[in-house]
Design a protein around this ligand. Structure first.
Ligand code: GLY
Ligand code: MN
Ligand code: MN
Length: 480
């Protein structure tokens, strides 16, 4: 038994030494970038302390540390502003999970002023609460909520000037991406572009949606993306009219479209891009008519995404184009009818993108993401765009089958006679397009001169898509 223990500890030391070289390559890519972010945050805080747990995007944003087993306390006006907490070194832990970072790494690699073991975090917070100061907390995390309620129960928050959610300060910082973030986003987007190339090369009738999904996610991983940034949507035929279709389990048929809404996650930043392609290589007449409309809405909407305009101006412009086009196709009877506009407008066509697919950031007082009734109110412009913001634009047309029979459930406030007249008039045209779902989604960086479509290289015109289907590419690994 004794011999066994000695053998095990020798083995542990050996393994620990073997993994140490790898450790250095895992340090934050640009410690200076993270230091500047912490400084900026500290400069915006009222006197006090901000506490974080390692599982949050905010923690990563401020340190570059990628694992959940950590905590941090930032304190204003102290000699030790950046206090980091990592698990105590444990050779046995190393055996299970590979090298673990310890407090000494926090100082050496992450630039912490002081470092402690993770188990000391709660006591540290209790000890350093500044009476009359503000306690900021990263409240999105469950661990943090538990810590705060425990502190509240123990009366430890009494006497503080305030307890505030750090998101008040940090969301605004994350809304404006720095060059370091844009680089990572661009990589996530480029990897996603390679996945579309692969998907277009293999798509053909008879294949299952999940086969395309597998090919897409293989390319993500092969190029260094950790995982999809959200559940991939690979939706053929009328599945494409379901916004959150994730089954990805049907066989694709000749004549259908395939909608792919995918995004690689690279170093925690995620792409969010949609392309819709014809399974058998060419768009039908009806599919092409709707596709051109969506593409035009995207093109014109993107022109609205410039500094000084509201985030929702692109939404209104793109929706105008779609509604006018649908009128010409006999699918709308009155372009000024709010409920007809709403019938074809299922969601706001843009959101902030970054560490999260629906990233943090303020949308303005009248937030149409929360109040979808406002989606058709053109007076609602939303947060004013500024250079460094990254926004998606994702117009779509979804011709859900049998939905004309359900108008009274969707719009109970509209007189029945008006709904019937609409349904009767558009029915013949609707039948021709029923089951078609199209979305095109790009990722757009707002710049001082206007914008840059970060996903602009990924084919989206009908001509480029028809040409790209079945085209086989030699796909070298993108980097590192
Ligand atoms: N893929 C999620 C979205 O487009 O918002
Ligand atoms: Mn998407
Ligand atoms: Mn999106």
């Amino acid at each position: 038994m004794q011999f066994y223990k000695m053998f095990l500890s020798a083995l542990i030391v050996l393994i620990a030494e073997m993994v140490v070289p790898g450790l250095l390559s895992a340090q934050p890519d640009s410690p200076e970038v993270y230091r500047l972010r912490r400084e900026k945050l500290l400069s915006r805080m009222d006197t006090g302390m901000a506490i974080f747990k390692g599982s949050s995007d905010n923690f990563y944003y401020l340190t570059g540390y990628r694992r959940p087993d950590a905590a941090m306390a930032l304190m204003t006006g102290q000699r030790h502003e950046f206090n980091m907490f990592l698990p105590a070194a444990s050779p046995l832990g190393d055996v299970y999970t590979g090298h673990q970072y310890g407090p000494e790494d926090a100082v050496r690699l992450y630039g912490a002023d002081t470092a402690y073991t993770l188990s000391a975090f709660d006591a540290f917070v209790h000890r350093h609460l500044q009476k009359d100061g503000v306690l900021y907390a990263d409240m999105g995390e469950r661990d943090m909520q538990e810590l705060l309620s425990q502190m509240m129960r123990q009366g430890r928050l009494n006497g503080l000037q305030a307890v505030r959610n750090i998101s008040q300060l940090i969301d605004g910082m994350r809304l404006i991406k720095d060059g370091h973030e844009v680089q990572k986003l661009q990589k996530a987007i480029d990897i996603t572009g390679l996945s579309f190339q692969k998907a277009m090369a293999i798509t053909q009738p008879g294949l299952y949606e999940y086969e395309v999904e597998a090919a897409v996610e293989y390319v993500f991983r092969k190029n260094g993306a950790r995982q999809p940034g959200f559940e991939s949507i690979v939706a053929s035929g009328s599945n494409a009219t379901i916004l959150h279709y994730h089954h990805n389990n049907e066989r694709m048929h000749k004549g259908e479209l395939l909608l792919m809404d995918i995004g690689a996650e690279y170093e925690r930043y995620t792409a969010d891009i949609t392309r819709t392609i014809p399974v058998s290589g060419t768009f039908s007449r009806e599919q092409a008519q709707l596709y051109r409309l969506v593409h035009e809405a995207l093109r014109k909407g993107t022109q609205e995404m410039v500094p000084g305009k509201g985030i929702y101006e692109a939404h209104h412009r793109a929706t105008d184009i779609i509604i006018r086009g649908l009128y010409q196709l006999g699918l709308v009877t009155d372009t000024s009818s709010p409920w007809q506009r709403k019938f074809y407008t299922l969601y706001p066509i843009g959101h902030w993108l970054g560490l999260d697919v629906h990233d943090v950031g303020y949308y303005g007082e009248n937030n149409i993401h929360d109040n979808r009734g406002e989606m058709v109110n053109k007076n609602v412009l939303g947060t004013v765009l500024r250079p460094g913001m990254v926004v998606t634009i994702e117009p779509g047309i979804y011709m859900r089958e049998n939905v004309l029979d359900k108008l009274q459930y969707l719009f109970p406030e509209v007189p029945q006679a008006e709904l019937n007249a609409f349904a009767e008039t558009v029915k013949p045209a609707y039948k021709r397009y029923a089951g078609i779902g199209i979305r095109i989604e790009d990722d757009v960086l707002i710049t001082s001169g206007g914008n840059e479509v970060l996903s602009g290289e990924i084919p989206k015109s009908i001509e480029a898509i028809e040409q790209g289907i079945g085209e086989v590419h030699d796909q070298p690994s993108l980097f590192h």
